[in-house]
Design a protein around this ligand. Structure first.
Ligand code: G3H
Length: 478
């Protein structure tokens, strides 16, 4: 059936024996855009077997050769940016320019990972026993970093390509094999990306991409005894996975409610520009989006006015036209966002714009005078709706931020660097940005969430290290 994209296993493109397909709905047209194979548990078992076998010889492949292949894949990925971006536009309604940026950024990430890998994995440690009490100089300990085995990568819909390669590249450079389970929205972009790795000439079975329904293969994959590490980015599902997974390293980046604290001395033009970029790019569907503004009352009116005039300039429409605000990923997501908006309305929030929705397209909305009893003060809309809470003191802002069950990133705007440092120290979040909106990149920076925002730390270097374990050999002298 030529209409259904094949899945990738054992170096080949295959049809599932299920004979079933999963439909991918275009968020803009709300019609089926593509179909992918609905793989079975048996097919998962086969993929795990081949991944295990391929990993054994890959681990013995010299590091420089592994790096060479990754550089090749990175170059091919960039050459294929147009068809991959096209899939991102159709599957997840990513604005055209951002879709291309995602692919180029992914190529850069793969290359950087190859370079970083040859450096950090080329080094081990050497220890001598007589520094510990009671020991003579008779034991020499040599350590190196060895791969974990099979890494399972589960990226989310909002960066299906980039957050897939941020797991694939570190896994491969470190000598692991990789099984990718793409999100349904974004699966075709992922298959195109995997095709680039295929063209680069990686050994058969080293990378697989298995598509299907979460209900059929989700738990089966994450609880599979053949999996030695899971790297997941997404929502609450991550918490469920972490409870069910075996005794294996987990890397998880889940939701966030990134706060933007604005002090009285802040450069309000800079703040407004960052609120627009941070709160509304890709229609707020980023885990690092600004999701609540906590502004000192004395500057709140001025800031809200500045943000309002910038919101008015945002273009709203289809991703093909490269609009700033595009349809959110699904109808259920749009309904959820609407639920938060209606709750805020009922509880008396000030609407800076009229609420407007057509299908999955929601116009950008700033909600002022939001209070802690409103759901939007705490919940993550993952849409172009941003609450503003006016605060009487910095402590009040920090308190709100720390009362959240999330702790991904946060930002603080002030000209007083000493104050900014103290606030950064007090905020319980994985990263605090001073005078800029939250962001994951540059992609070699550490990236981590605390509380319900995740486990472990990402960023290229941390991911490579996380996907290895230390192996020691001790030489005992007579
Ligand atoms: O959606 C989660 C991503 O990790 C955020 O990445 O800050 O580059 O948009 P970003």
């Amino acid at each position: 059936d030529g209409d259904v994209f094949k899945y990738y296993a054992d170096g080949e493109w295959k049809k599932s024996s299920s004979g079933k397909a999963v439909s991918i709905i275009n968020p803009t047209t709300r019609k089926t855009q593509y179909k992918v194979q609905a793989c079975t548990q048996e097919e998962v078992n086969k993929v795990m077997e081949t991944a295990k076998a391929a990993q054994k010889s890959w681990a013995k492949t010299p590091l420089w050769k592994r790096a060479e292949l990754l550089h090749k894949a990175a170059a091919i990925l960039k050459e294929h940016k147009a068809p991959i971006a096209e899939a991102l536009i159709k599957e997840i309604a990513k604005p055209a320019k951002d879709a291309v940026t995602e692919v180029v950024r992914s190529g850069d990430l793969v290359s950087y990972c190859a370079e970083e890998g040859v450096r950090i994995l080329g080094q081990g440690t050497f220890l001598v026993s007589d520094s510990f009490p009671g020991n003579e100089r008779t034991k020499y300990c040599l350590t190196s970093k060895i791969p974990l085995g099979v890494v399972l990568a589960i990226p989310p819909f909002n960066y299906p390509v980039n957050l897939a390669v941020s797991k694939i590249a570190p896994a491969l450079i470190a000598g692991n094999s990789l099984v990718l389970k793409p999100p349904t929205q974004g699966a075709v972009a992922c298959l195109h990306m995997v095709h680039c790795f295929h063209l680069a000439g990686f050994p058969k079975g080293l990378i697989s991409c298995i598509t299907g329904k979460g209900s059929e293969i989700g738990d089966f994959l994450t609880m599979h005894p053949g999996v030695n590490c899971i790297s997941f980015t997404g929502g609450d599902t991550g918490i469920a996975i972490s409870k069910k997974a075996g005794m294996i390293p987990l890397q998880m980046e889940l939701g966030g409610k990134d706060a933007c604290i604005v002090l009285e001395d802040a450069d309000l033009d800079l703040v407004a520009a960052n609120i627009i970029k941070g709160g509304f790019s890709y229609s707020g569907q980023r885990c690092t989006a600004v999701k609540v503004v906590l502004v000192m009352e004395s500057v709140a009116d001025t800031l809200v006015e500045k943000v309002k005039s910038k919101v008015a300039k945002l273009t709203v429409g289809p991703p093909e036209d490269d609009c700033d605000i595009t349809p959110v990923v699904s109808e259920s997501s749009a309904n959820f966002i609407e639920g938060l908006v209606m709750d805020a309305k009922q509880k008396g929030a000030t609407f800076c714009q009229e609420y407007k929705r057509e299908g999955n397209l929601i116009w950008p909305l700033l909600l002022d005078h939001v209070r802690p009893d409103m759901r939007i003060a705490w919940e993550e809309p993952f849409g172009p709706v941003l609450p503003v809470i006016r605060i009487g003191s910095v402590e009040e802002g920090i308190h709100h931020c720390n009362a959240s069950n999330f702790g991904l990133q946060g930002c603080v705007f002030t000209k007083d660097i000493n104050k900014a440092m103290l606030i950064s120290d007090a905020m319980e979040s994985g990263t605090i940005q001073i005078n800029s909106a939250p962001a994951r990149g540059p992609d070699h920076f550490p990236f981590q969430g605390i509380k319900d925002s995740g486990i472990g730390s990402q960023g290229i270097t941390n991911s490579i290290n996380m996907m290895t374990k230390v192996k020691s050999t001790v030489i005992n002298l007579p």
